[in-house]
Design a protein around this ligand. Structure first.
Ligand code: ACM
Length: 681
């Protein structure tokens, strides 16, 4: 029997809106990324304080502290005190309940062996791997399998055989536009390891900052950074920390463009005399290195040699993007040089520059990498292309035999949903590409550009969405059930907190600061229905600088609010099946959003920094009201009049115009409801 609205509202108070459930899906369990092969057996390994790990084979050093941390995380989740406090090569165990066997220690490098097998039966857990890095990946799987029921904590019995689909699964962090302390980088390394990512790409130099100590050229960081940069000791510490977690660190020094900060201390490197200042605004600057001087390459040879020694990874990124060539056009010396050399265009000149840099990088036994602007005819085949302007650049590079990684579609600074990133496969089944070229596609990288993030909210921009990208790059291409991805993402999101990731906790801190109190419920409810505007639109609302406070409502809002994701799913389900429980959840949520405005307005009146959301809050209430009306029509099996439908559609169109750099994120679902009513008979 269909429920009418009154009954639905009554039912709502009997149902509690489930935040999410730890129920495990039969094949994906709560695993993210989903392993290559999972066989779920019957039974469970019941966890108690007698859990004992034995490590066998020739695993090297990494595995012991990692296993110790795993034990601590298991203890923290379950409150169990295990008899084993820590593991070391000296640990002797009798009657282990978990045996980890590694054939040999792995080297953290491109194409490292990350495979593992995990067999859980009711009495024993076996984790086998060729290298210790595989064991680290397997331990994260084991941790994700830990669950509970009324009898206690347990691991489901499974046989898992796993390895990554792509060898390069990275996260770029831009530490230049805004700087992040070492501890934050380390926590993000832990988070990356928890979802089996393996490359941290540090974007270390920019117009807005030079963020690493050079001992050879100390003016680079001293004059180019406002004092916020990583010392070489800190960089070594980060690299060591990442290595212990099976993660490579690839440095990027963007050149010849994006280089204003270099020139504050070393204007002699620039195409025009300057003087230069550290950039405080954003966008593409004109500053560019001078390729006409021998000195430039002498300087860069010494600098790259110093950095190549510091970073053990084989890959060395030179950026190469967005060099607009204006300062080359305006430099008589550069123009004279081009004439002398027969170089006709700025693209050709950049090619000349890249060739010289490639020689330096190769002499330092590194592989050069750059953004897709460096992909020009005749480029030597040992250069790696990182594609950001479109998948076609990646495909084009692969077809011509260049190694390449994809970042286009993984720009997590653009406030897109996890869904959009998740469905962006570097190598979808539908891509027409020769079999032979596929091996050149190494994987991808999420890119955290930091124009609009600070240490306070960057975690909420990176996580949990990056976990969905991690899955796209690790799991088989057939794993693409978006609803199940979101189910697991909510669980992983909570687990990320135990690693110190502040993507949830800092948002509430920011709300408390904004309201000056701990009465944040109304603001929280409002934020649960909105998202920052997508793409680079925020920059069209105001001129942002490096010191603009990023503490507003939009800086707390996130692209993929769990409440919106759940609401959208309920609407889809309801429109398909008119299922009562989905209907109840929709109504309850809409009522909460509708009545929130009255409470929030009291706060808005008191807090000047909230004035900007005044009309958005009122409009959220209106939108929710339209949704409730739609539900009423559905439940009564009635079709509204044409004029009502036209009016509501026009209203939504008007409300869609963003204010306070915020979108009301539930509008698309309400539009779907209106559309369904329009089509109903
Ligand atoms: C880039 O986003 N300019 C690489």
């Amino acid at each position: 029997m269909r429920l009418n609205l009154v009954r639905i509202i009554f039912t709502c108070f009997c149902f509690s809106l489930p935040a999410f459930s730890f129920c495990q899906n039969a094949t994906t369990l709560n695993l993210m990324p989903v392993p290559e092969k999972v066989i779920v057996k019957t039974g469970a390994f019941r966890l108690d304080s007698s859990f004992v790990i034995s490590i066998t084979g020739d695993p090297g050093k990494r595995i012991y502290p990692y296993a110790t941390r795993m034990l601590q995380r298991m203890g923290n989740r379950t409150t169990l005190l295990f008899s084993q406090a820590y593991l070391s090569p000296q640990t002797k165990t009798e009657k282990p309940t978990c045996i980890m066997h590694c054939d040999s220690p792995g080297k953290v490098e491109m194409n490292m062996d990350e495979s593992y097998q995990l067999n859980i039966s009711s009495g024993l857990i076996l984790l086998n791997s060729a290298t210790d890095i595989g064991a680290l990946r397997g331990m994260e799987t084991l941790l994700q399998l830990l669950t509970c029921d009324s009898l206690g904590y347990y691991f489901p019995c499974v046989d898992i055989s796993d390895k990554p689909r792509f060898p390069w699964r990275g996260l770029l962090i831009d530490v230049c536009r805004h700087f992040y302390p070492v501890d934050m980088i380390k926590k993000n390394i832990d988070a990356m390891a928890s979802v089996k990512m393996n490359v941290l790409h540090l974007h270390l130099s920019e117009d807005q900052g030079f963020r690493i100590e050079s001992k050879k050229f100390p003016k680079l960081q001293q004059l180019g950074s406002n004092g916020s940069y990583y010392s070489q000791e800190q960089i070594k510490d980060i690299i060591q920390y990442a290595d212990e977690r099976g993660i490579r660190v690839v440095p990027e020094f963007d050149m010849p463009g994006h280089t204003s900060a270099w020139f504050v201390g070393h204007p002699e490197l620039a195409s025009l005399p300057g003087p230069y200042e550290i950039g405080t605004t954003f966008g593409v600057f004109d500053a560019s290195m001078d390729p006409s001087k021998k000195y430039t390459f002498k300087f860069l040879a010494a600098f790259i040699k110093e950095m190549a020694k510091l970073f053990p990874d084989e890959y060395f990124h030179i950026g190469g993007d967005e060099n607009n060539g204006k300062n080359w056009d305006n430099s008589p010396a550069v123009q004279e040089f081009m004439k002398k050399k027969g170089i006709k265009t700025n693209d050709e000149l950049q090619k000349y520059f890249n060739k010289k840099i490639l020689k330096i990088i190769t002499a330092n036994k590194k592989k050069m990498m750059g953004w897709d602007e460096i992909f020009t005819p005749g480029l030597p085949k040992n250069v790696v292309i990182q594609s950001w302007r479109g998948k076609d650049y990646m495909k084009g590079a692969a077809l011509q035999g260049y190694q390449t990684i994809l970042s286009s579609g993984y720009y997590i600074d653009l406030s897109k949903t996890a869904r959009e990133h998740y469905l962006n496969d570097p190598l979808p089944d539908t891509m027409k590409i020769e079999e032979d070229a596929k091996k050149y596609i190494l994987g991808g990288e999420a890119t955290m550009w930091s124009e609009l993030t600070t240490w306070e909210n960057v975690d909420s921009r990176i996580w949990p969405r990056t976990a969905a990208i991690a899955e796209r790059l690790w799991s088989p291409s057939a794993v693409k059930d978006v609803e199940d991805m979101y189910r697991r993402l909510e669980i992983v999101s909570i687990q990320l907190e135990e690693l110190g990731i502040t993507h949830i906790s800092n948002r509430e801190m920011m709300m408390r600061r904004l309201t000056g109190s701990d009465s944040i419920e109304a603001l929280k409810t409002f934020i649960s229905a909105v998202s920052p505007v997508k793409g680079y639109r925020r920059h069209s609302f105001r001129k942002y600088t490096t010191s603009t406070p990023l503490t507003r409502t939009v800086d707390i809002a996130v692209p993929d609010e769990p409440a919106v994701v759940r609401f959208d799913q309920c609407v889809d389900k309801y429109l398909q099946s008119k299922e009562d429980s989905a209907g109840s959840q929709i109504i309850l949520q809409l009522m909460t959003w509708k009545k929130n405005n009255a409470e929030l307005q009291k706060l808005i009146k008191k807090i000047p920094a909230l004035n900007e959301i005044d009309s958005v809050s009122a409009d959220l209430s209106l939108v929710a009201g339209i949704g409730i009306d739609c539900m009423d029509y559905f439940e009564k099996d009635q079709k509204p009049g044409e004029s009502w439908l036209t009016q509501q559609t026009a209203l939504l169109k008007e409300i869609k115009k963003p204010r306070a750099e915020i979108d009301i994120a539930i509008i698309p679902s309400i539009e779907k409801m209106l559309e369904a009513l329009k089509e109903s008979k």
